[in-house]
Design a protein around this ligand. Structure first.
Ligand SMILES: [Zn+2]
Ligand SMILES: [Zn+2]
Ligand SMILES: [Zn+2]
Length: 615
């Protein structure tokens, strides 16, 4: 860093206190900003974390000013962008209202002359030590679980003014406004993306382009309806305009991936939606939705009005709360498109359509009963997964028994890159694995003692063709007990029924054809019952199965796609006299790809949520 900036920073610290937000009159905290949702605060901290990890300070020197423009000027109050120039200084970022302001701060007299803080203020974020945080900020960070990089980097965001008009000569601090934070959030996401672009451009032009960064970065995003929950597509352009657009090559590991590129379902959607009330198809770009919860799709205001009166007025608030979990449910880091509007199209875009186990993710192969898909040509794991070597789990058991709690851990452990889509299918075996090794205490204990756990796995469908994926459970159980999974359901084909497959030394699978209530008596008592994507309310046959679960009094775990499904499931369970003892929670091994459902915008994931009874 330039000598004079170091000095400036030192003076700044002297004047303003030891750490960020600790200035004499600071006490700023985002929690105190009116009308700011905690979801958005989390989104901002998420973006700050990503930026911290991508370490743009390595590349952007304090002498580089970045001109930033978010959307059109007319989209902002007073037809002006709140800030237009960004500068990265020693793990802090300053956002100025004009280039002149920025150059004023940069001047050789720097902050030693307090007049160099712009009169109208600058928005700054400073990353500092936890110990230096003001109590209000520390409290906010702890309460909302916003620790971004250990105790080393806690960001504080505030606006600081010139002390010119203040008697004691100290600068004044305030919280940013919501508008300013909207702008700031877009800018953060853009900074994350500009960084790898600079690297590419640097390679080509030998760094000369840095001189030209001012006023060259433009960001646009669908600001109106996407909500600010982190799923807006931020587009970044800078000269040369047509060379680099939006695309960022993700680093190889899921756990370290910095890019948050997402295609939102809504902004790019072409697949028609459906009126939630009358079922009429509506074009995606003209599908009105409830303006409060933003969750429900209608064909017309008439339908909206009617639906409101009939049922929606009691559920709207609940749906709104469910929509606010969008950001939290999004699993960060995967570098493929994590929204699926249409399964065939998504598979096609990934080059997986009609291949290997992926044939069960759309309905194109429904002429083959479950369990009877023709084997993938050659039958090797590479063919079965239909992805390059290195992108599917290795054919090797673990020697040690580890309990995994996230996709990031799993991908790291198995050496899978962030662009490997295998999590979509592995969501089934890994949800089962997570239940028996972590959620269900008795089976967890048995496994750690090296014993065999019997699982009644109810209602298998695609799973019957995914045994190669299930073999991964056996590998993960390398150093512990083993699993006997009895797949029981009406979809088990006669050809498989009664058979047993030893998938590997730690996992064997048996198949039972029929309804659980009719078959259970003849089977060994399970240690745990599991039903994935169960949709308890959608199939009447669950009533009988739940009676059996109640009579057996063994732990049973269910997953379902979305929160409303879980609400309905709860009612079903209660009607059977079963109480949920493991509360509905987000399943860490849900599919990373969100399904877009025709008549609702609610977060919808395969194996999205998990809950349990008799636990
Ligand atoms: Zn309608
Ligand atoms: Zn609503
Ligand atoms: Zn298809």
């Amino acid at each position: 860093m330039d000598w004079h900036l170091k000095e400036v920073f030192g003076l700044f610290q002297q004047q303003f206190g030891l750490g960020p937000g600790n200035g004499p009159s600071s006490g700023t905290s985002l929690l105190k900003v009116d009308a700011l949702s905690t979801g958005f605060i989390k989104a901002i901290f998420g973006a700050l974390a990503v930026l911290w990890r991508s370490n743009p300070w390595k590349r952007l020197k304090p002498s580089h000013l970045l001109g930033i423009k978010v959307d059109k000027d007319s989209d902002w109050p007073d037809a002006r962008q709140p800030f237009v120039v960004a500068q990265l200084i020693d793990h802090a970022i300053y956002f100025f209202r004009s280039e002149a302001d920025a150059q004023g701060m940069m001047g050789i007299h720097g902050l030693g002359n307090m007049k160099s803080i712009p009169l109208k203020g600058l928005l700054r974020v400073t990353y500092g030590l936890e110990a230096e945080l003001s109590p209000v900020n520390r409290k906010m960070i702890k309460t909302l679980g916003l620790e971004i990089a250990g105790a080393k980097a806690y960001p504080v965001i505030d606006v600081v003014y010139s002390p010119k008009d203040i008697a004691d000569g100290f600068p004044s601090f305030r919280n940013p406004t919501v508008e300013e934070l909207h702008w700031f959030y877009a800018a953060l996401r853009a900074l994350t993306q500009i960084h790898p672009l600079l690297q590419q451009a640097d390679g080509v032009q030998g760094g000369a382009m840095f001189k030209d960064l001012t006023k060259n970065l433009e960001i646009s995003w669908p600001s109106e309806d996407t909500g600010l929950q982190g799923n807006a597509t931020v587009r970044v352009t800078f000269p040369p305009k047509d060379e680099h657009e939006e695309q960022v090559n993700p680093p190889p590991k899921l756990a370290e991936v910095v890019s948050e590129n997402r295609n939102t379902a809504e902004s790019e959607s072409k697949v028609p939606r459906q009126c939630t009330l009358c079922g009429i198809e509506v074009p995606a770009d003209r599908a009105p939705r409830c303006s409060r919860c933003k969750a429900v799709i209608y064909c017309s205001h008439a339908c909206q009005k009617k639906h409101w009166k009939e049922t929606h007025k009691v559920s709207c608030e609940l749906y709104k709360a469910m929509m606010e979990r969008e950001e939290e449910l999004e699993i960060k880091g995967f570098s493929f498109v994590c929204v699926m509007e249409h399964s065939c199209n998504w598979l096609e875009s990934m080059g997986l359509h009609g291949k290997g186990m992926w044939r069960r993710l759309c309905t194109c192969f429904k002429q083959y009963p479950f369990g009877l898909l023709p084997p993938a040509e050659g039958g090797s794991m590479a063919r079965v997964w239909a992805v390059e070597h290195g992108k599917y789990p290795p054919d090797s058991p673990l020697q040690e028994y580890l309990v995994l709690s996230s996709w990031a851990e799993y991908y790291e452990l198995r050496g899978l890159p962030a662009d490997s889509p295998v999590a979509l299918i592995l969501s089934f075996p890994l949800s089962l694995y997570s239940i028996v090794t972590s959620l269900c205490v008795p089976t967890k204990t048995m496994l750690s003692k090296g014993r065999e756990v019997i699982v009644h796995y109810l209602g298998p469908e695609g799973e019957l063709d995914w045994l190669p994926a299930f073999s991964e459970i056996g590998y993960l159980l390398g150093g512990s007990g083993s699993l006997h999974v009895m797949m029981i359901g009406p979809e088990v084909p006669i050809a498989l029924a009664g058979g047993m497959t030893a998938v590997n030394p730690k996992l064997r699978v048996t198949f039972v054809r029929g309804l659980y209530q009719e078959e259970a008596n003849a089977l060994p008592t399970p240690h745990v019952v599991v039903a994935l994507n169960s949709q308890l309310e959608a199939h009447s046959s669950w009533t009988g199965a739940l009676e059996v679960i109640k009579a057996q009094a063994v732990p049973a775990f269910f997953t379902d796609y979305a929160e409303p499904c879980c609400v309905n499931a709860k009612q079903m369970l209660r009607a059977t006299g079963l109480q949920i003892t493991h509360p509905v929670s987000a399943n860490p091994f849900r599919s990373p790809v969100r399904n877009q459902i025709a008549d609702t915008n609610l977060p919808w994931y395969s194996n999205g949520f998990v809950f349990g009874v008799n636990t």
